[in-house]
Design a protein around this ligand. Structure first.
Ligand SMILES: Cc1cc2nc3c(=O)[nH]c(=O)nc-3n(C[C@H](O)[C@H](O)[C@H](O)COP(=O)(O)O)c2cc1C
Length: 193
């Protein structure tokens, strides 16, 4: 294993990671655009993990943003237990990033309105207009009209804000792997991969 990482400063690694994170929401082909969000399930349902789209990343505040349907189970789970993890994998970089964060749910206000204004023109708007909540069991007799977008009903778009508390970076390499834990306070620990 090379010792290159010993020369890499905390600042330069942090900058590289945020460079990728801030690019991802604007680049449809960026592998970090679709991380897996893990939450603690309610009652006895165990851990819950699902793919989401990264909508925004703020390198200064160490925050990430995801849109969701306010009625989706993940919202209830995050209200009950705000500790969450977002896992990113990039084949291009050979990097995995596990981001631990505290989630807050934004149901209304300027940011939600602005997000909806951008979303409403896109085909993805239908995701936030269904009559029944995500995960609801569909009955054969139910009129499919019920699931069609209807702007008169209003939307259910909500923002999940993630305040990053630590990041676990793993870089796979032919000459050895590298792993580090980073925090917003500037701490960096090199870990055994
Ligand atoms: C590529 C992809 C992107 C997705 N993006 C989102 C997203 O940004 N927000 C979201 O709430 N669900 C998204 N989903 C759907 C979720 O993975 C999940 O099925 C849904 O949100 C219900 O999750 P829950 O029942 O755990 O709340 C996406 C699924 C895929 C396959």
């Amino acid at each position: 294993m090379t010792q290159d990482h010993l020369e890499m400063s905390s600042d330069s690694l942090v900058a590289r990671l945020w460079q990728e994170l801030t690019r991802a929401p604007h680049d449809r082909h960026h592998e970090w655009r679709t991380p897996v969000l893990a939450t603690q399930g309610l009652e006895t349902s165990g851990p819950q993990a699902r793919t989401v789209v990264l909508r925004h990343a703020d390198a200064l505040l160490w925050t990430l943003r995801v849109y969701t349907d306010a009625r989706s189970p993940k919202c209830l789970e995050l209200v009950a237990q705000p500790l969450a993890q977002l896992t990113f994998w990039s084949k291009r970089l050979s990097w995995q990033l596990r981001v631990s964060a505290l989630a807050t749910l934004e149901l209304e206000g300027e940011q939600v309105n602005a997000a909806w204004e951008r979303m409403r023109q896109s085909h993805a708007a239908a995701d936030y207009l269904s009559a029944l909540p995500p995960g609801h069991v569909q009955s054969c007799t139910q009129d499919t009209e019920e699931f069609t977008a209807n702007p008169m009903r209003g939307h259910h778009l909500a923002i999940l804000n993630f305040h990053v508390t630590s990041m676990d970076w793993l870089a796979l390499g032919k000459n050895g792997h590298r792993r580090a834990r980073l925090t917003p306070t500037g701490m960096l620990d090199w870990l055994v991969p």
